[in-house]
Design a protein around this ligand. Sequence first.
Ligand code: NA7
Length: 293
Amino acid sequence: MRVAFLGLGIMGHPMATNLAKAGHEVTVWNRTPGKIVEGASIAPTPAAAAQGAEVVWMCVSNTDAVEQVLFGADGAEASLAEGMIIADSSTISPAATLKFAGRVAAKGVAWVDAPMTGSKLGAQGGSLVFMVGGDEAQIERLKPLFAAMGKKIYRMGETSKGQATKLAMNLQIAMIFEGFAEALTLATKLGVDAQQLISLIEATMVKSGVVEYKAPFVMQRDFTPNFPLRLMHKDIRLALEAAKEARVKLPGLEAVEEIYDLATEEGHQDLDYAATLTLLEKWAGVQVKGKAA
Ligand code: NA7
């Protein structure tokens, strides 16, 4: 398929690479120029990338970035034509998604929100899991593209339900990691070996995909971003905003948000969200490490 891919960050770059590798005709655009994707052409603006495309696929930071890329100066909107599909893998506000989808629907363009989970390794390995909102027939048309980038697609309902689901998923990731980080900090302070604790976690019902993914990074104290803290912070805020609009109380997530506020004040926003651990360590006066470390 002819795809315009907009946004070549940690996730977008490997996704676009996998689309090109699978033989799709990919044109990429990134706000900061200079990024190349093997097998893809480069366009100077979103409008130029979208010209003649069947699908415009976005993977940019946040709601404002999506608005900018589509409707700002040189935005993709100028090149939209009847029958095209916009697929959005950015994590953004479900309410804004509906607003944007309404605006492009006037041009006969469908909107499929397609946020994903799987982090940098999943994007590189083409094993992302997509949670998707949109019309079934349009999602069907996108199947070859999903197949090139991911291993599973879950249709969660109509447009915006993919975004709503993503917020519910990242809420859990943030809270599960925070539980793990607090457990590691307390155990270390009380004299328990962290690596031993992790082995026990893995052998019991406490185990989780989040812990399995993050434990090796934490034990190596590698906080380079797989999923940057600033983006998890954004998702926590989006979830709290959506909860407020829907009159839902999320007291646990509100407490976790404070940790992210403080981590940001400490300048950790560009590290992985696992760096929230370092705040707990600082307050406790310990550093989590295994005997071997
Ligand atoms: P990154 O690595 O921070 O990449 C973000 C991308 O979004 C990158 O290409 C940015 O371009 C682009 N961006 C950011 N703001 C804008 C604006 N205003 N206009 C155009 N492009 C913009 O994030 P990830 O790849 O990890 O994640 C992307 C999304 O998936 C995000 O919503 C996550 O929550 C899930 P730059 O290179 O900085 O010029």
